[in-house]
Design a binder for this molecule. Structure first.
Ligand code: UDP
Length: 506
């Protein structure tokens, strides 16, 4: 019997851990919904090798595009943002344009071999030029983005520059302003802006050109897939639809491992997933981490992590450590060398207060993990009570899916917008700091930590986060009711609608 053919989807993520993770999860979600869809996941040689053990399945295959980092002024063998110091990430962004001719060739080869065009190309925002490839061969293209609110703010800010007089990039900054396409009540203060938008130098102009070009590609594509949930980002998704009009926006998130979506049973005993999920080496075994958490009281531990590649400055790291100690709370902290040092630099005890490491180990107050922690296992443990996060979108979804409130410390990109939404729209977060600018005192750290973890307002934040976790689970649910009709949560409806749309055109 001939197997049903549900077409062939090409997926093309940018080479950064958060982007790859999101695309891998989408590939697996599509495979689950339409097992007869073939998926080709396109990336560069080193990422190819890293992903091969986890990704290659019967219907997902990997394709490799040649890329030599050294040809673009990057250190040899650096094909992923997490192996680059922050100041070189823009170089990788611009260099990735060099992938276009080989991406074009790959699509042509697929068409020659299969004697038909692929069903669609799902591309990363940073590979907007993939829409040109799609148009050339006559297949639809869709951009895949993180959260609705953060993406909509990012689009609106770069396109309209409402933070400058008359929207002119060379003009002075305005202190408080309305963000176009958002409701009138939505105001942004300059202190909430990512630092990049506050400059008006050559670097700013280059970024502005780059972002505007890619936003325009996204708007010209056939629609957007967004790693979000209709019910939790009402304002953000409406703004995004205004910006993408008349193209559709499908919220198909949260793309999270299934054990995070299973509800409260995990909260009791913790759970251990395999290390191979990201291909990264943990600074502690998940089992030891859970063992440490098992000895703590429910909701008593603060987890601190700044994502897959970010770090804070040395003075801020010192104040954070002092503040944590003053708060008296138990914590798990993913430690990286401060900004200005390579991520691979050996961690020096002088970056922390004298005797801090020994005190934390003796009192068992703080678990310090070098470089990479089992974040999902920590967030889904019942002892974890709050998350001090840079508000990267994957971290936000992972935390909210477990009902864990957030202390925001956004660093760059759309993180400040995510932090604003978490605080102002959702009421599940308090922002402690932004970027590495300005002063931060240990007293501020202590006060915010105690506010979120001890006060009745903190309890309220936890309740709201729990409500969001329930909405997330409902969006992912699927059931046959007593009358025999198929009930689908909003995300399931959305992905099925998207797939029906593209695979019907195969
Ligand atoms: N992560 C992890 N362990 C760490 C740090 C990060 O597992 O020690 C994972 C985290 O669970 C999340 C991703 O890395 O899935 C970070 O993505 P996010 O969008 O939050 O931030 P980005 O790294 O893109 O800035």
């Amino acid at each position: 019997q001939q197997q049903q053919d549900d077409g062939h989807i090409i997926m093309f993520p940018f080479m950064a851990q958060g982007h790859l993770t999101r695309f891998i999860a989408l590939a697996k979600f599509i495979s689950q919904r339409k097992p007869n869809t073939k998926i080709t996941f396109v990336t560069t040689p080193l990422n190819f090798r890293r992903l091969q053990p986890t990704l290659q399945t019967n219907n997902i295959c990997l394709a490799e595009l040649p890329f030599s980092s050294a040809d673009h002024g990057l250190p040899p063998n650096t094909e992923n943002c997490d192996s680059l110091p922050p100041h070189l990430i823009a170089t990788l962004l611009y260099a990735s344009k060099a992938l276009k001719p080989s991406f074009d060739n790959l699509i042509d080869e697929i068409i020659r071999a299969e004697k038909r065009v692929p069903s669609c190309i799902i591309f990363d925002f940073f590979f907007g030029w993939a829409t040109e490839t799609a148009n050339r061969v006559g297949t639809p293209s869709f951009v895949f983005t993180p959260g609705g609110y953060g993406t909509a703010m990012m689009f609106s800010m770069w396109l309209h520059s409402p933070h400058r007089k008359n929207g002119d990039d060379s003009k002075e900054l305005i202190e408080e302003f309305h963000v176009p396409k958002f409701p009138d009540a939505c105001r942004l203060h300059i202190s909430q802006l990512p630092s990049r938008l506050r400059d008006s130098n050559q670097e700013f102009t280059t970024y502005a050109e780059f972002y505007r070009m890619h936003i325009s590609f996204s708007q010209k594509s056939d629609g957007m897939l967004c790693n979000s949930v209709e019910e939790i980002e009402v304002v953000g998704l409406e703004a995004l639809r205004n910006l993408m009009e008349p193209k559709p926006v499908w919220p198909i998130g949260p793309l999270l491992p299934s054990f995070l979506l299973q509800g409260n049973q995990n909260k009791n005993n913790g759970c251990v997933a395999s290390q191979s999920r990201t291909g990264k080496e943990f600074g502690i075994s998940p089992e030891s981490c859970i063992e440490w958490l098992n000895h703590q009281k429910p909701s008593s531990v603060l987890f601190i992590s700044f994502g897959s590649q970010n770090t804070i400055s040395a003075p801020k790291m010192m104040e954070l450590a002092l503040g944590l100690e003053k708060s008296g709370k138990c914590f798990i902290w993913v430690l990286r060398p401060p900004s200005g040092f390579e991520n691979t630099t050996e961690f020096k005890s002088e970056w922390l207060p004298e005797g801090f490491v020994e005190r934390m180990s003796q009192t068992k107050k703080g678990l310090l993990i070098k470089t990479w922690a089992p974040q999902l296992e920590i967030l889904c443990h019942r002892s974890t009570g709050a998350f001090l996060s840079h508000c990267g979108w994957n971290s936000v979804l992972e935390s909210l899916s477990q009902g864990v409130p957030i202390i925001g410390w956004p660093l760059y990109a759309e993180q400040p917008y995510n932090s604003k939404m978490l605080q102002e729209e959702m009421g599940v977060s308090v922002q402690l700091a932004i970027g590495n600018e300005g002063e931060l005192y240990s007293e501020d750290v202590k006060n915010v930590v105690k506010y979120v973890m001890d006060s009745s307002q903190g309890e309220e934040m936890r309740n709201k986060a729990t409500g969001i976790a329930e909405k997330i689970r409902a969006a992912m649910s699927e059931d046959i009711d007593e009358a025999g009709s198929h009930q689908k949560g909003s995300t399931i409806k959305s992905i099925d609608d998207f797939l029906a749309n593209v695979t019907s055109k195969k």
